[in-house]
Design a protein around this ligand. Structure first.
Ligand SMILES: Nc1ncnc2c1ncn2[C@@H]1O[C@H](COP(=O)(O)OS(=O)(=O)O)[C@@H](OP(=O)(O)O)[C@H]1O
Length: 349
């Protein structure tokens, strides 16, 4: 994907944003076409990625039912669920104080891998899916998955499906009202194509993107029950989170800028987490072959590290008319999202 630069601070962008939001007469009402979306089924990824090991493990759904804490504690389980240990194995396991809650295909793995470089962050490698699929296992089970941390270190995990899980905000708030939430967002049209590309890689026989997009191609009615489309209606999902968390407890990271200026976005994230800005542009280099920024040194290693080959896939060509129709569909939702977050992401040109 070609990153589109976002210049949130430039006068031109700010002016454009103001003009557009002024023009936008948009009502966020219960009777809008968004009603009923919550009932639609969202198919979550069955892929547990562990790019630390440079590989992606395709697992059947049952594998997501994680082992009980005692097995984890006795280290009889896969180290995929183990985070970084302090050299002497000191510290204690704590519930996460910060979570990357979304969005699927936004760049969540890149953000977590980059954050792990920080000495004050300890994170779980795999996606625990606690607040969506494994909640019945209880908080103690969840805590056992966490790496040990010392005083002042932050425990983190990422599970991108939380952002679109209706129950997740209440559940996270019940764990701690102070949990800091991070959402990596990306142009919803590119995100949808990326999501489709992932499914296609696992099921090559699925219908075309174009045919899945529409309920009725002749009338141009978009199938908003298709998860690839639904996930991108960020304003609608955010509304649900705002019932439980104040806006200043949620940080939005631009997926595009995470590619074009990783150090800049990481600076914002470190500030948000109350950490010293240790991750800077010195940590990154642009890998021409991969076409993405990579780490000069991965966490716990002295070697350069790019994400695995499932990150940065080539997308199929999509009929430009369909892309345009999707752009038109998302525009009002994007405008609403810019308004809610106070940040212009530049997806609508
Ligand atoms: N540095 C770096 N290296 C590789 N890939 C990068 C990077 N930064 C962001 N991205 C983008 O991350 C996209 C995958 O997003 P996620 O990690 O959130 O996907 S997932 O939901 O966990 O499956 C992935 O999407 P695709 O390009 O569609 O594969 C990438 O565009």
């Amino acid at each position: 994907t070609s990153p589109s630069p976002v210049k949130a601070s430039s006068n031109r962008a700010a002016g454009l944003f103001e003009e557009r939001t002024k023009r936008l007469v948009y009502e966020w009402t219960a009777g809008s076409e968004l009603m009923g979306y919550g009932a639609a089924r969202l198919s979550s990824s069955r892929v547990l990625a562990d790019e630390r090991a440079g590989q992606v493990l395709e697992l059947p759904e049952e594998s997501l039912i994680l082992p009980p804490p005692d097995l984890v504690a006795s280290r009889k389980v896969s180290p995929r669920f183990a985070g970084k240990l302090s050299p002497l194995g000191e510290g204690s396991k704590k519930l996460p104080q910060a979570l990357i809650i979304g969005v699927k295909k936004g760049g969540t793995r890149a953000l977590l891998e980059f954050l792990r470089v920080h000495p004050d962050i300890r994170a779980v490698g795999a996606e625990p899916h606690f607040f969506d699929r494994n909640y019945e296992n209880g908080l103690e089970w969840y805590r056992e998955l966490m790496p040990k941390t010392l005083e002042g270190q932050i425990t983190m995990e990422k599970t991108p499906s939380y952002f679109v899980t209706r129950e997740a905000p209440a559940r996270i708030s019940a764990m701690s009202r102070d949990t800091k939430l991070i959402v990596v967002v990306r142009d919803p049209v590119t995100r949808a194509i990326s999501d489709y590309t992932q499914t296609l890689s696992k099921k090559p026989d699925i219908p075309s993107f174009e045919s899945l997009t529409f309920k009725n191609r002749t009338t141009g009615l978009i199938d908003t029950s298709w998860s690839a489309i639904q996930i991108g209606i960020y304003a609608k999902h955010l509304d649900n989170w705002l019932q439980y968390f104040p806006m200043d407890q949620i940080l939005f990271v631009s997926g595009e800028r995470l590619i074009s200026d990783p150090a800049g976005e990481l600076g914002r994230v470190q500030d948000f987490l109350g950490l010293k800005r240790i991750i800077t542009d010195k940590h990154f280099y642009f890998n021409q072959t991969k076409g993405f920024p990579c780490l000069k040194k991965a966490e716990g290693s002295s070697k350069p590290h790019c994400l695995g080959k499932t990150k940065g896939r080539t997308h199929p060509n999509i009929d430009p008319e369909v892309v345009q129709r999707l752009r038109d569909f998302y525009r009002p939702f994007n405008m609403k999202f810019y308004q809610m977050t106070g940040r212009f992401f530049g997806w609508d040109d």
